[in-house]
Ligand binder design. Structure first.
Ligand SMILES: [Mn+2]
Length: 291
Protein backbone atom coordinates (compact mmCIF):
# COMPACT_ATOMS: atom_id res chain seq x y z
CA UNK A 1 0.00 0.00 0.00
CA UNK A 2 1.34 3.41 -0.87
CA UNK A 3 1.47 5.93 1.94
CA UNK A 4 2.64 8.97 0.05
CA UNK A 5 3.79 11.11 2.94
CA UNK A 6 6.05 8.46 4.52
CA UNK A 7 9.33 7.09 3.20
CA UNK A 8 8.93 3.39 2.32
CA UNK A 9 9.74 0.93 5.11
CA UNK A 10 10.20 3.78 7.61
CA UNK A 11 7.97 2.10 10.16
CA UNK A 12 10.04 2.37 13.35
CA UNK A 13 9.34 4.82 16.17
CA UNK A 14 11.76 7.69 16.62
CA UNK A 15 13.07 6.04 19.80
CA UNK A 16 13.86 2.75 18.08
CA UNK A 17 15.19 4.21 14.83
CA UNK A 18 18.81 4.15 13.68
CA UNK A 19 18.04 6.35 10.67
CA UNK A 20 15.69 9.33 10.70
CA UNK A 21 14.21 10.85 7.55
CA UNK A 22 13.36 14.56 7.58
CA UNK A 23 11.96 16.60 4.66
CA UNK A 24 12.73 20.29 4.20
CA UNK A 25 10.37 21.81 1.61
CA UNK A 26 12.33 25.06 1.28
CA UNK A 27 13.51 26.47 -2.07
CA UNK A 28 13.54 30.22 -1.56
CA UNK A 29 17.18 30.66 -2.54
CA UNK A 30 16.77 28.87 -5.89
CA UNK A 31 18.57 30.88 -8.58
CA UNK A 32 17.30 29.39 -11.88
CA UNK A 33 14.15 27.27 -11.97
CA UNK A 34 12.12 26.70 -8.79
CA UNK A 35 10.36 23.66 -7.35
CA UNK A 36 12.74 21.85 -4.98
CA UNK A 37 10.22 22.43 -2.19
CA UNK A 38 8.28 19.54 -3.77
CA UNK A 39 11.31 17.24 -3.58
CA UNK A 40 10.79 15.57 -0.20
CA UNK A 41 7.28 14.25 -0.86
CA UNK A 42 8.11 13.21 -4.41
CA UNK A 43 11.16 11.26 -3.21
CA UNK A 44 8.98 9.59 -0.57
CA UNK A 45 6.35 8.61 -3.14
CA UNK A 46 8.95 7.09 -5.43
CA UNK A 47 10.58 5.19 -2.56
CA UNK A 48 7.59 2.82 -2.65
CA UNK A 49 8.75 1.49 -6.02
CA UNK A 50 11.47 -0.69 -4.54
CA UNK A 51 11.64 -4.12 -2.94
CA UNK A 52 12.65 -3.91 0.71
CA UNK A 53 15.27 -6.64 0.18
CA UNK A 54 18.64 -5.53 -1.22
CA UNK A 55 20.20 -8.19 -3.41
CA UNK A 56 23.79 -6.94 -3.19
CA UNK A 57 24.07 -6.73 0.59
CA UNK A 58 21.36 -9.11 1.77
CA UNK A 59 19.98 -6.32 3.97
CA UNK A 60 16.18 -6.12 4.17
CA UNK A 61 15.03 -2.56 4.73
CA UNK A 62 11.86 -3.78 6.40
CA UNK A 63 14.13 -5.04 9.21
CA UNK A 64 16.13 -1.80 9.54
CA UNK A 65 14.65 0.66 12.04
CA UNK A 66 13.95 3.85 10.11
CA UNK A 67 11.68 6.66 11.25
CA UNK A 68 10.19 9.38 9.06
CA UNK A 69 9.69 12.64 10.96
CA UNK A 70 7.78 14.17 8.03
CA UNK A 71 8.47 17.67 6.79
CA UNK A 72 9.58 20.77 8.60
CA UNK A 73 7.04 23.57 8.69
CA UNK A 74 7.13 26.47 6.27
CA UNK A 75 9.89 28.97 6.94
CA UNK A 76 10.38 32.66 6.26
CA UNK A 77 13.89 33.74 5.34
CA UNK A 78 16.88 31.49 4.75
CA UNK A 79 18.20 32.55 8.18
CA UNK A 80 14.89 31.45 9.76
CA UNK A 81 15.16 28.17 7.95
CA UNK A 82 18.74 27.60 9.12
CA UNK A 83 17.88 28.35 12.74
CA UNK A 84 14.78 26.13 12.78
CA UNK A 85 16.41 23.29 10.88
CA UNK A 86 19.34 23.15 13.30
CA UNK A 87 16.82 22.81 16.14
CA UNK A 88 15.00 20.01 14.29
CA UNK A 89 18.18 18.07 13.62
CA UNK A 90 19.99 18.40 16.97
CA UNK A 91 17.81 15.81 18.77
CA UNK A 92 18.49 13.30 15.99
CA UNK A 93 22.26 13.47 16.52
CA UNK A 94 21.85 13.72 20.29
CA UNK A 95 20.00 10.40 20.27
CA UNK A 96 22.85 8.80 18.31
CA UNK A 97 20.85 8.44 15.09
CA UNK A 98 21.77 9.13 11.48
CA UNK A 99 19.70 11.88 9.85
CA UNK A 100 18.71 11.55 6.19
CA UNK A 101 17.45 14.95 5.13
CA UNK A 102 15.53 15.43 1.88
CA UNK A 103 15.44 18.92 0.34
CA UNK A 104 14.75 21.46 -0.62
CA UNK A 105 17.42 23.63 -2.19
CA UNK A 106 21.06 23.25 -1.19
CA UNK A 107 20.75 26.06 1.36
CA UNK A 108 19.23 23.35 3.57
CA UNK A 109 22.51 21.43 3.95
CA UNK A 110 24.69 23.71 6.11
CA UNK A 111 22.23 23.79 9.03
CA UNK A 112 22.20 19.98 9.14
CA UNK A 113 26.00 19.95 9.41
CA UNK A 114 26.00 22.87 11.87
CA UNK A 115 23.72 20.86 14.15
CA UNK A 116 26.34 18.11 14.47
CA UNK A 117 27.49 18.16 18.11
CA UNK A 118 31.04 19.26 18.88
CA UNK A 119 31.21 16.47 21.48
CA UNK A 120 30.51 13.74 18.88
CA UNK A 121 33.29 11.95 16.92
CA UNK A 122 34.97 14.25 14.39
CA UNK A 123 33.09 14.67 11.12
CA UNK A 124 34.17 15.45 7.57
CA UNK A 125 31.95 16.25 4.62
CA UNK A 126 31.78 14.81 1.13
CA UNK A 127 30.03 17.52 -0.87
CA UNK A 128 28.72 16.19 -4.19
CA UNK A 129 27.74 18.98 -6.54
CA UNK A 130 28.06 20.28 -10.09
CA UNK A 131 28.66 23.70 -8.57
CA UNK A 132 31.28 24.82 -6.11
CA UNK A 133 28.73 26.81 -4.03
CA UNK A 134 31.66 28.76 -2.60
CA UNK A 135 30.43 32.35 -2.76
CA UNK A 136 30.77 34.36 0.45
CA UNK A 137 27.32 35.79 -0.35
CA UNK A 138 24.95 35.51 -3.31
CA UNK A 139 22.32 38.12 -4.16
CA UNK A 140 22.79 39.55 -0.69
CA UNK A 141 22.18 36.24 1.07
CA UNK A 142 24.98 34.40 2.90
CA UNK A 143 22.53 31.52 3.31
CA UNK A 144 21.93 31.17 -0.45
CA UNK A 145 22.36 27.75 -2.02
CA UNK A 146 25.30 29.33 -3.87
CA UNK A 147 27.20 29.64 -0.55
CA UNK A 148 26.61 26.22 1.01
CA UNK A 149 30.06 24.63 0.77
CA UNK A 150 31.51 27.80 2.30
CA UNK A 151 29.11 27.76 5.24
CA UNK A 152 29.90 24.08 5.83
CA UNK A 153 33.63 24.78 5.65
CA UNK A 154 33.19 27.40 8.37
CA UNK A 155 31.76 24.68 10.63
CA UNK A 156 34.10 21.76 9.88
CA UNK A 157 37.30 23.51 8.67
CA UNK A 158 38.94 23.53 5.25
CA UNK A 159 40.66 20.18 5.78
CA UNK A 160 37.38 18.43 6.49
CA UNK A 161 35.38 19.00 3.33
CA UNK A 162 35.95 17.66 -0.18
CA UNK A 163 33.79 18.66 -3.15
CA UNK A 164 33.24 15.92 -5.73
CA UNK A 165 31.88 16.32 -9.26
CA UNK A 166 32.27 20.08 -9.64
CA UNK A 167 32.15 21.51 -13.18
CA UNK A 168 30.59 24.96 -12.78
CA UNK A 169 32.30 27.73 -10.87
CA UNK A 170 32.91 31.47 -11.06
CA UNK A 171 36.38 32.96 -11.36
CA UNK A 172 35.86 34.65 -7.97
CA UNK A 173 35.19 31.32 -6.27
CA UNK A 174 38.39 29.84 -7.69
CA UNK A 175 40.39 32.94 -6.68
CA UNK A 176 38.91 32.96 -3.15
CA UNK A 177 39.75 29.32 -2.73
CA UNK A 178 43.43 29.89 -3.49
CA UNK A 179 43.85 31.26 0.02
CA UNK A 180 41.24 29.08 1.72
CA UNK A 181 42.26 25.77 0.19
CA UNK A 182 39.10 23.68 0.03
CA UNK A 183 39.81 20.39 -1.78
CA UNK A 184 37.81 19.41 -4.81
CA UNK A 185 37.81 16.75 -7.47
CA UNK A 186 36.20 17.88 -10.70
CA UNK A 187 33.79 15.88 -12.83
CA UNK A 188 36.48 15.97 -15.54
CA UNK A 189 39.04 14.48 -13.10
CA UNK A 190 36.58 11.71 -12.30
CA UNK A 191 35.86 11.05 -15.98
CA UNK A 192 39.60 10.85 -16.69
CA UNK A 193 40.90 8.94 -13.65
CA UNK A 194 37.84 6.94 -12.66
CA UNK A 195 35.56 7.19 -9.65
CA UNK A 196 37.60 4.73 -7.56
CA UNK A 197 40.69 6.98 -7.64
CA UNK A 198 38.62 10.07 -6.84
CA UNK A 199 36.87 8.49 -3.88
CA UNK A 200 40.01 7.00 -2.40
CA UNK A 201 41.72 10.36 -2.74
CA UNK A 202 38.78 12.12 -1.07
CA UNK A 203 38.43 9.60 1.76
CA UNK A 204 42.16 9.74 2.44
CA UNK A 205 41.95 13.52 2.73
CA UNK A 206 39.19 13.28 5.32
CA UNK A 207 40.94 12.14 8.49
CA UNK A 208 37.75 12.39 10.53
CA UNK A 209 36.12 9.45 12.25
CA UNK A 210 32.76 10.05 10.61
CA UNK A 211 31.62 11.27 7.21
CA UNK A 212 28.60 13.34 6.32
CA UNK A 213 27.46 13.22 2.69
CA UNK A 214 25.72 16.17 1.09
CA UNK A 215 24.37 15.22 -2.34
CA UNK A 216 23.14 17.96 -4.62
CA UNK A 217 21.33 15.81 -7.17
CA UNK A 218 22.81 18.03 -9.91
CA UNK A 219 26.18 16.37 -9.25
CA UNK A 220 24.68 13.61 -11.40
CA UNK A 221 24.41 14.22 -15.14
CA UNK A 222 21.10 15.74 -16.26
CA UNK A 223 20.63 12.73 -18.54
CA UNK A 224 19.89 10.79 -15.33
CA UNK A 225 18.77 13.55 -12.97
CA UNK A 226 17.38 16.40 -15.05
CA UNK A 227 14.65 17.40 -12.60
CA UNK A 228 16.70 19.93 -10.69
CA UNK A 229 17.01 23.69 -10.41
CA UNK A 230 20.34 24.31 -12.14
CA UNK A 231 21.17 21.30 -14.33
CA UNK A 232 24.73 21.07 -15.62
CA UNK A 233 25.92 18.65 -18.35
CA UNK A 234 28.96 16.32 -18.13
CA UNK A 235 28.16 15.04 -14.66
CA UNK A 236 28.60 11.90 -12.58
CA UNK A 237 26.68 8.72 -13.25
CA UNK A 238 24.25 7.21 -10.73
CA UNK A 239 26.69 4.31 -10.41
CA UNK A 240 29.49 6.73 -9.46
CA UNK A 241 27.36 8.06 -6.61
CA UNK A 242 26.36 4.57 -5.56
CA UNK A 243 30.05 3.73 -5.32
CA UNK A 244 30.79 6.84 -3.24
CA UNK A 245 27.97 5.94 -0.84
CA UNK A 246 29.28 2.39 -0.49
CA UNK A 247 32.81 3.53 0.28
CA UNK A 248 31.71 6.14 2.84
CA UNK A 249 29.07 3.92 4.46
CA UNK A 250 31.24 2.52 7.30
CA UNK A 251 31.77 6.09 8.57
CA UNK A 252 28.34 7.57 7.75
CA UNK A 253 27.26 10.32 10.16
CA UNK A 254 24.43 11.75 8.06
CA UNK A 255 23.18 12.31 4.55
CA UNK A 256 21.22 14.91 2.70
CA UNK A 257 19.83 14.77 -0.83
CA UNK A 258 19.00 18.22 -2.17
CA UNK A 259 17.72 20.06 -5.23
CA UNK A 260 15.32 17.44 -6.58
CA UNK A 261 12.74 19.60 -8.34
CA UNK A 262 10.36 16.87 -9.39
CA UNK A 263 8.14 18.62 -11.90
CA UNK A 264 10.83 18.81 -14.58
CA UNK A 265 10.74 15.12 -15.48
CA UNK A 266 8.53 12.03 -15.31
CA UNK A 267 9.80 10.88 -11.94
CA UNK A 268 13.27 9.57 -12.89
CA UNK A 269 15.12 12.01 -10.66
CA UNK A 270 12.93 11.40 -7.60
CA UNK A 271 13.25 7.68 -8.19
CA UNK A 272 17.03 7.93 -8.27
CA UNK A 273 17.10 10.09 -5.14
CA UNK A 274 14.90 7.59 -3.29
CA UNK A 275 17.08 4.70 -4.41
CA UNK A 276 20.24 6.49 -3.28
CA UNK A 277 18.76 7.23 0.14
CA UNK A 278 18.00 3.51 0.44
CA UNK A 279 21.48 2.66 -0.79
CA UNK A 280 23.05 4.75 1.97
CA UNK A 281 20.99 2.92 4.58
CA UNK A 282 21.62 -0.62 3.37
CA UNK A 283 25.34 0.00 2.81
CA UNK A 284 25.69 1.49 6.27
CA UNK A 285 23.93 -1.48 7.86
CA UNK A 286 25.90 -3.95 5.74
CA UNK A 287 29.21 -2.30 6.69
CA UNK A 288 28.35 -2.70 10.36
CA UNK A 289 27.56 -6.37 9.80
CA UNK A 290 30.82 -6.82 7.89
CA UNK A 291 29.13 -7.67 4.57
MN1 LIG B 1 24.46 22.43 -7.44
Amino acid sequence: MQRPTTFADASASFEDAEFVILGVPFDRTTSFRPGARFGPDSIRQHSWNFESYDLETGVDLSEVPVHDLGNTEEFGSSEDMARSLREEVRPIYAAGKVPIVLGGDHACSPPVVEAYPDSAPSVGVLYLDAHMDFRESYLGDRRSHGCSSRRILEKVGARNIVVLGVRSVSREEVDDNRTIGMSYVTAADIARDGIEAAVHQALNMLKTERIYISLDIDAIDPAYAGATGTPEPFGLTPRDVKYIFGQAAPRLAGLDIMEVSPHYDSGNTSLLAARLAREAIVRSVAARKGR
